[in-house]
Ligand binder design. Structure first.
Ligand code: SF4
Ligand code: SF4
Ligand code: SF4
Length: 248
């Protein structure tokens, strides 16, 4: 059987998703099942880009014209596009600046803001069709392997409809909300085995929003606990949220 052609690509981000992939000892035997065309951290750039990929995995947010150009070109060449990590799925930590005046942010960092050419950070799905979005900062490896394995044998994966609270209760953790700590686990998709609450730290939402969550009710509950609107925005904008902070 012909191996599926795959490519792993990066746009604006910290490259931590790719790094975490190569540090997972399952990756190298797994890659043998594919024809790996691009994987910058472990392979030189292909001299001739193929006409077609079966699957492209892309990390990073779309933040510049160059990012957008690459994304669109690769979208046209691939059967399946998989967004990996919070940057690619929801815009990531770069979206924190969306809560501030853009000109003020640019002026505070760069001496010549006109030379920046930034189009504002956004997820891949803001511009092109994405078949799978595997969230996490860095990308959740177990989910990545589950999706990649399913694609390898031509199956599809159904997204989870459970929150971090589900995993938290399996681990028999006490709830941080009861200690008045603003944990956003109830509106965040599972997949990390409730890593942060299990270590007494609030979930800050790196797995991305849980689509079915009752976000309004959750925010209302936090307001009743005394959290201001400003504090709620700062809780929710850490990894970017598609279509604005209040509409995940
Ligand atoms: S999701 Fe996190 S680890 Fe991955 S590229 Fe973005 S900032 Fe880096
Ligand atoms: S600590 Fe957070 S994740 Fe765990 S049950 Fe409470 S709200 Fe949910
Ligand atoms: S508990 Fe929340 S912030 Fe921590 S790893 Fe899981 S999803 Fe990310």
């Amino acid at each position: 059987m012909k191996k599926k052609k795959i490519g792993i690509f990066s746009i604006t981000g910290c490259a931590g998703c790719q790094l975490s992939m190569i540090f997972d000892k399952r990756i190298f035997p797994f890659l043998q099942a594919f024809d790996v065309i691009e994987f910058p951290f472990i392979k030189a750039y292909a001299k001739h880009e193929p006409e077609h990929y079966d699957i492209i995995f892309m990390e990073g947010s779309v933040s510049s014209e160059e990012d957008l150009e690459l994304l669109k070109r690769l979208r046209d060449k691939t059967s399946v596009l998989v967004a990996i990590g919070a940057c690619a799925c929801t815009g990531g930590v770069q979206c924190v600046k969306a809560s501030f005046n853009r000109a003020d942010v640019e002026k505070s960092i760069y001496s010549k803001p006109t030379a920046i050419g930034n189009i504002g950070a956004g997820p891949l799905s803001k511009y092109v069709k994405v078949e799978y979005a595997i969230n996490g900062c860095p990308v959740n490896q177990d989910k990545l392997f589950a999706v990649a394995s399913a694609l390898l044998i031509g199956k599809s994966q159904v997204p989870s409809d459970r929150s971090v609270c589900f995993e938290c209760s399996l681990r028999e953790n006490g709830c941080l909300l009861d200690k008045n700590k603003p944990c956003v686990g109830p509106i965040t998709a599972e997949g990390c085995n409730a890593l942060c609450p299990s270590n007494d730290a609030e979930c800050i939402g790196c797995n991305g929003p849980l689509k079915e969550a009752n976000r309004e009710a959750f925010l209302e509950m936090l307001k009743e606990k005394g959290y201001t609107e400003k504090r709620l925005v700062s809780l929710l904008d850490k990894f970017g949220v598609p279509d604005g902070i209040n509409k995940a």
